[in-house]
Design a protein around this ligand. Structure first.
Ligand SMILES: Cc1ncc(C[n+]2csc(CCOP(=O)(O)OP(=O)(O)O)c2C)c(N)n1
Length: 352
């Protein structure tokens, strides 16, 4: 599965010697810890949903390398436009896990982004974050900022007008963008062969006049190295890049889905042999950077972080109905004021 895509770590965990990125031992361990934390936090969310403590949830299982590897290449001045399957991206950037959980518990307060963190809210309307990312990059270009805007999306988004409009604009104006498509081969139940007749997602970039490259999305080093290069190119005026992370969605689309109704068991089994975390673990062990004690330590740290985040999220008061009116615009319009008063009168008549 490797010839037509960029790979550094082979499936047996061995690295191509001429391609290894310059990462310190502690950064390599950090990458692993971030992937392991992402997985643990993801599995916890699934359990919370099954226990009725969380709403519908979109799991990231199998996407840890493309999320963490790519996000690890970002600098604080870059802007990030994620979608609904981006837990590892948020975790890598230091977004509070409590907020992520809150959002999926149905509390929009969770998407209150801490000051200084250049990450946008989770985008659920498929592809809608792409024009935002290009607009942001245009602004950076006007201001001559040494920064890039990165957008994440699934291959299903490439059928949207938003994808084509955004990438066309990016190509024409050479905006400092990096587009990272997680091609996990399914958009809910639609397989990629029904999504597009193109052989790869990466080749779509040619029509917009810039480079597209297909990477092994289960190879954290490949994702890091390619994103780093694309970000540097974008920041230095070289224009946009499309990176296709070829991967597989190991879980259901969301907790409302049952993927066994449209995917063959064997296909899922085959992909479970290509687990991104196990592959990286073999690599680290060979380098003397992983052992059982290290694993136990990071699992304990992840567990503590997760337990704290769950407790904090569950202790957060639920949103108030009036928040819908208050937070729509910076200043409320007369019409919204009128509606808020009407709501107040209604709640007085029929208290909660
Ligand atoms: C504009 C729009 N149309 C439809 C939906 C319903 N929907 C939610 S996720 C999804 C599939 C997305 O697939 P993909 O972009 O490949 O991302 P993945 O879920 O595989 O990560 C659809 C159709 C939506 N959220 N927004």
């Amino acid at each position: 599965m490797t010839e037509d895509m960029f790979q550094i770590l082979a499936e047996d965990g061995r690295a191509a010697p001429d391609r290894e990125p310059k990462l310190s031992a502690s950064d390599l361990q950090k990458l692993y810890a971030l992937m392991a934390t992402t997985r643990a936090a993801d599995l916890k969310a699934l359990k919370l949903q099954r226990q009725g403590r969380m709403g519908t949830f979109a799991p990231s299982l199998g996407h840890e390398a493309c999320q963490v590897g790519s996000a690890f290449a970002l600098r604080p001045q870059d802007w990030v436009f994620p979608y609904f399957r981006d837990l590892g991206t948020y975790i890598t950037l230091g977004f509070p896990l409590k907020n992520y959980y809150l959002y999926w518990m149905g509390n929009e307060e969770g998407m209150h982004i801490p000051a200084g963190l250049n990450i946008f809210t989770i985008s659920v309307p498929v592809g809608s974050q792409l024009p935002h990312a290009v607009g942001c990059a245009m602004a950076m270009k006007y201001r001559k900022e040494q920064a890039a805007a990165i957008a994440y999306f699934g291959e299903g988004a490439t059928s949207e007008g938003d994808f084509n409009e955004a990438l066309n604009f990016a190509g024409v104006f050479k905006t400092p963008n990096v587009f990272v498509c997680f091609n996990n081969q399914y958009a809910i139940s639609t397989p990629v062969r029904q999504q597009t007749a193109a052989k790869t997602i990466a080749e779509k970039a040619a029509a917009f006049g810039f480079t597209g490259i297909r990477a092994d999305g289960n190879d954290v080093l490949a994702m890091y190295a390619l994103t780093l290069e694309a970000l540097e190119k974008a920041r230095s005026g070289g224009g946009p890049t499309l990176i296709e992370a070829f991967t597989y969605r190991m879980g259901d689309h969301t907790t409302s889905d049952d993927a066994s109704r449209y995917r063959a068991e064997q296909e899922v089994k085959d992909w479970s042999q290509r687990d991104p975390i196990e592959r990286f673990r073999v690599y680290l062990r060979e380098k003397g950077l992983w052992d059982e004690a290290f694993e136990a330590k990071i699992q304990k740290e992840a567990e503590d972080l997760i337990n704290r985040a769950v407790a904090e999220a569950e202790n957060t008061p639920p949103p108030r109905p009036e928040d819908v009116f208050i937070h729509t615009y910076k200043e409320m319009t007369p019409e919204l004021n009128r509606q808020l008063t009407e709501l107040g009168d209604f709640l007085k008549r029929e208290p909660r």
